[in-house]
Design a protein around this ligand. Sequence first.
Ligand code: SF4
Ligand code: SF4
Length: 193
Amino acid sequence: MIYIFLVDGISHTREDINLNKKILHDFDTAREKFKGFEFAYCVLRPEDLKYLREQSAIYKKAVMAVQEVILPAVRNHCPSCPYGTCCRLDTPELSIYIAGTIGCFGLIDYLLVRCDTELPEPDFRNGRRNLCAFWDNGCRLPPDCRSLLCLQFFCEPLRSDLDMNLVNDRLAVLKSVVDNFSLARLFRRQTRS
Ligand code: SF4
Ligand code: SF4
């Protein structure tokens, strides 16, 4: 027998509810972690920002180089996406689970996009709707302020429309900025004082 429960006016099976508990738990943890990312940015002193600014400019330029090649295909496919969107916290049919992040950011790519840029406020109510905190009928983040993870996902329709060799070349530049970024160098002055 399948039991149906009503939560927020929507019917759910027990499995749905257990899964939602996991998603919400992971999302709450991600929210705390994300606050820590912002705190790390806010404690940087003006003299420490020079290195971050240099790297941020390179990262954002590399993001736009990726966007330049993928945006035409995104505009072709995403408005009529058969899944509605892939920006859900949990999309098993696409093997996506991003509930443990806000906007798929880690500390390094967060600092690189946050540098001198006021990002839109995440909408944490989205967690209850199984959606990324930056989603509202599309991504609310500026095009050059995307996380590395978000830029690396391509569904089959996108892949078939893209020159993936060119995309991968441009992604490699982006990854190298993140891989070579040194938190030790950024925070060196903080730990010495
Ligand atoms: S990238 Fe693919 S799965 Fe994601 S919203 Fe666009 S069409 Fe849908
Ligand atoms: S940050 Fe933007 S692109 Fe990435 S999952 Fe969220 S809404 Fe989608």
